[in-house]
Design a protein around this ligand. Structure first.
Ligand SMILES: *[C@@H]1O[C@H](CO)[C@@H](O)[C@H](O)[C@H]1NC(C)=O
Ligand SMILES: *[C@@H]1O[C@H](CO)[C@@H](O)[C@H](O)[C@H]1NC(C)=O
Ligand SMILES: *[C@@H]1O[C@H](CO)[C@@H](O)[C@H](O)[C@H]1NC(C)=O
Length: 504
């Protein structure tokens, strides 16, 4: 009898919580800087949908990605763990790479599946393909996938703007044409960049309608190709803004966001849907006016100055998240534990999760659980480890280096020619007083001497927890791992191209 009552209670609890499980949508931009959105102060960007999201949502002033470049940043977003632990170091995964996000890592999608969620991903994956598509999203907890498995500058295609404008400085020797996957099958190669954004939003909104129709709670991870270089846009967005090719690409991203919000509205799920927007890393400044903008933050992509890793971030959930702006510190690694807690799924205990629960900032208007943050460079190594540590408003740089791209911008600290430099004593900045990191503080005297001491201790404590997982980037590459619609064809890799569009 007692057992029966317990069973009934459990079923009831499951039913009630089943109805209440929120839908979760993660929107992830590519190489979009802190200063690029209209709602973050850019004077010539056209971002009406993101601006509207920010008006109705919570805008973060101190939000970080885990890396100043793609693959490691994406691994941390989905697993809540730094790249030293996931093996996604150094640099990024390339076309033909044999590595990928290890299959023993648990992604947010895999977590949510445990709670009966439908899981879909659209867009840029960049966590590996490997042999026989062994690392694609469908192998990491996603029921559905439509997208390119890496950055579109890693594979050839020719047209970027309507009707036939060539791409800006683009072409990769030895790579197969950019593959568009549907689940684990290539449906278009090279992908058509004049229709790609629409293909992505159609897949995303189709998934939302499908899930809402079945009344199944869902997780959608939408990782835009925009605004990575070389920029591209459809007919509707070619020359549509006054900010040039970058502005057109960003306007198209914003339109995709609008399509998703329309689908949320049309399906009547807005009161039960948590949407979070951010970007993988800072602007690729080496592409100059086509590289995005970090606002007043110093440097950009591939550096551990603020411009490389502090990102625009907006949380939206009508009735649950109070609109406004927060100075509290939070990071992409925090989404894994936050979402797990929201949906009441236990967090894996057999590994270290670097994220902390963001709920106090999101839902309670309280202080963050996060007091410090770790900055890994673009090419971390176990010998050198972390480059910088932030504690409250203070940040200490132990090492700095410039970007990794071939052109020089105006700030010498951000230039590729600026080699790795050790700072002893470390450079200390007050990021609240001096967000641009222009005025180092005197750490020989109080109070900065003691502040630096505290940060040194945080650094040592963190490093004592790190056992570097074997690098996936160092696993080498092979033609057999290059995505090809016609495996075994010749002459490789050109023969991989599909002549007809197999999308539908
Ligand atoms: C867009 O602007 C560029 C530069 O002015 C021009 O070359 C191109 O023809 C324009 N494209 C369209 C479709 O108007
Ligand atoms: C949702 O749709 C309704 C009816 O079309 C409209 O009045 C409302 O403004 C929309 N809400 C949002 C947030 O777009
Ligand atoms: C996954 O396996 C690798 C290799 O054995 C190991 O180093 C790593 O710690 C494992 N990760 C997890 C999350 O168990």
């Amino acid at each position: 009898m007692a057992l029966k009552v317990v069973t009934v209670v459990c079923v009831l609890v499951a039913l009630v919580s089943g109805q209440e499980k929120p839908n979760i949508i993660l929107l992830f931009a590519d190489d979009l800087g802190w200063g690029d959105l209209g709602c973050y102060g850019h004077p010539t960007s056209t971002t009406p949908n993101l601006d509207k999201m920010a008006e109705g949502g919570l805008k973060f002033m101190n939000f970080y990605s885990s890396a100043p470049l793609c693959s490691p940043s994406r691994a941390s977003l989905l697993t809540g763990r730094y790249q030293s632990r996931t093996g996604i170091w150094p640099g990024v995964l390339m076309c033909g790479g044999l590595g990928g996000l290890p299959l023993n890592e648990t992604t947010i999608a895999a977590q949510l599946k445990k709670a009966g969620y439908g899981t879909g991903m659209v867009g840029k994956w960049h966590l590996g393909v490997g042999l026989n598509e062994q690392y694609l999203p469908t192998k990491h907890g996603f029921d559905q996938y439509t997208g390119l498995p890496y950055s579109h500058d890693m594979c050839p295609y020719t047209i970027c703007f309507y009707p036939d404008q060539a791409c800006d400085g683009h072409g990769v020797a030895g790579a197969t044409p950019c593959p568009l996957y549907k689940d684990e099958k290539i449906v278009q190669q090279p992908a058509n960049f004049l229709t790609l954004a629409e293909t992505y939003s159609t897949a995303a909104t189709g998934f939302i309608h499908e899930m809402a129709g079945k009344k199944q709670p869902f997780f959608l991870y939408m990782a835009f190709q925009h605004t990575h270089h070389p920029q591209f846009a459809s007919k509707m967005f070619t020359n549509s803004t006054i900010r040039g090719p970058f502005g057109d690409s960003l306007a198209e991203l914003d339109w995709q966001v609008g399509q998703i919000f329309d689908a949320i509205n049309e399906t009547g799920i807005s009161q039960n849907t948590f949407v979070f927007f951010t970007s993988d890393n800072g602007p690729a400044l080496a592409h100059l006016s086509r590289g995005g903008n970090g606002g007043l933050l110093r440097c950009g992509k591939a550096t551990t100055y603020e411009g490389g890793m502090r990102e625009p971030a907006i949380a939206w959930w009508p009735g649950k998240i109070k609109p406004g702006r927060t100075f509290e510190m939070a990071a992409t690694v925090d989404l894994f534990p936050t979402i797990s807690r929201l949906v009441d799924i236990p967090i894996p205990t057999d590994r270290i999760i670097d994220g902390v629960d963001m709920s106090p900032i999101l839902f309670e208007d309280k202080e963050s659980n996060r007091e410090s943050y770790i900055y890994y460079p673009s090419n971390p190594s176990p010998n050198i480890g972390i480059f910088a540590v932030r504690h409250k408003e203070y940040k200490a740089h132990y090492y700095t280096k410039g970007g990794v791209y071939p052109h020089d911008g105006p700030d010498v600290m951000c230039r590729p020619s600026t080699k790795e430099t050790k700072h002893d004593p470390p450079l200390l900045f007050n990021l609240d007083y001096d967000p641009g990191e222009l005025n180092p503080l005197n750490t020989k005297e109080s109070p900065y001497k003691e502040i630096l001491q505290t940060i040194n201790e945080i650094k040592a404590k963190f490093e004592s927890t790190v056992v570097w997982t074997e690098s996936e980037m160092n696993k080498g590459a092979s033609n057999a791992a290059k995505p090809c619609a016609k495996p075994g064809c010749t002459p490789f890799p050109k023969c991989c191209s599909t002549t007809s569009d197999m999308l539908n």
